[in-house]
Design a protein around this ligand. Structure first.
Ligand SMILES: C[S@@+](CC[C@H](N)C(=O)[O-])C[C@H]1O[C@@H](n2cnc3c(N)ncnc32)[C@H](O)[C@@H]1O
Length: 239
């Protein structure tokens, strides 16, 4: 079993779901950033820097934070920004930022009891009145859409199998990657656990961490529905 994202890092961009519309997401984030005269943005759990790159292109000064050295290597190759290897549960930025974002499931990697302490770390690293925008895969998506399913991607040189096992508060995701090596394939396995966070638990944790919720939407700006797959929270650090 490989370390979380250590092998996947190299293939992450290729296997990212087509429904992950980073350009649309970045437009939503940039609108908020501009409304708050933001210059520096912390991209928490930045992964391979897909969002970091788009924010840098829009002229923001971005610091990307991630726990995975391999994901950060991909990010460094993609864009010029400050990248810091750090556990977001112990977030400590070089200086307080004007805005923080956490995109595409980063928060789902936190256990329910880690949610409020994480938000407190974000708050401690933000200037007063600064926006914090993040998403989570919804409880509906984790339990009913990906819950106990198996997905696969397949092309000439790599095959990825992604099989899910739902538990009460989480979904365990077994990722098996076969990479062509001449006439044979090498096999790599990673196990990811994503935690289910309810809307009420997120709102309570934000409140208890000094954030004021500005809006909730589906997938960065759409109206919420019972079958929304990605929930986006936009909050402001209290003054
Ligand atoms: C699904 S990826 C999303 C990456 C990126 N935000 C994107 O949109 O492509 C989740 C990321 O969260 C990172 N991550 C998970 N737990 C973390 C932690 N405790 N501290 C920092 N990063 C973490 C992983 O290393 C991975 O890069």
């Amino acid at each position: 079993m490989q370390q979380n994202y250590s092998v996947l890092a190299k293939y992450y961009d290729k296997f990212t779901n087509k429904d992950c519309d980073y350009v649309k997401w970045s437009q939503y984030l940039c609108d908020i950033a501009r409304a708050h005269n933001v210059r520096q943005i912390a991209d928490i759990a930045c992964g391979t820097g897909k969002m970091t790159q788009l924010l840098v292109k829009q002229g923001f000064d971005v610091v990307g934070v991630d726990a995975s050295a391999e994901m950060l290597n991909e990010a460094r190759a993609k864009t010029k920004a400050l990248f810091v290897r750090q556990d977001m549960r112990k977030l400590s930025l070089p200086r307080p930022c004007d805005m923080a974002v956490c995109v595409n499931d980063g928060v789902n990697y936190l256990r329910p009891e880690e949610l409020a302490p994480f938000f407190q770390r974000v708050s401690a690293n933000l200037k007063k009145g600064a926006p914090f925008v993040f998403d989570v895969s919804s409880p509906y998506k984790l339990t009913s859409v990906v819950g106990d399913k198996v997905f696969y991607w397949d092309d000439e040189n790599e095959t990825l199998l992604w099989s899910n096992r739902p538990q009460k508060e989480s979904v365990t995701m077994e990722l098996t990657l076969f990479v062509r090596d001449g006439e044979t394939y090498r096999r790599f396995d990673e196990r990811h656990v994503q935690y289910i966070h309810t809307d009420s638990a997120i709102c309570a944790a934000l409140r208890n961490s000094g954030f004021e919720l500005r809006s909730k939407s589906e997938n960065y700006g759409n109206f919420l529905a019972n079958d929304s797959l990605r929930l986006t929270f936009y909050a402001i650090r209290g003054i």
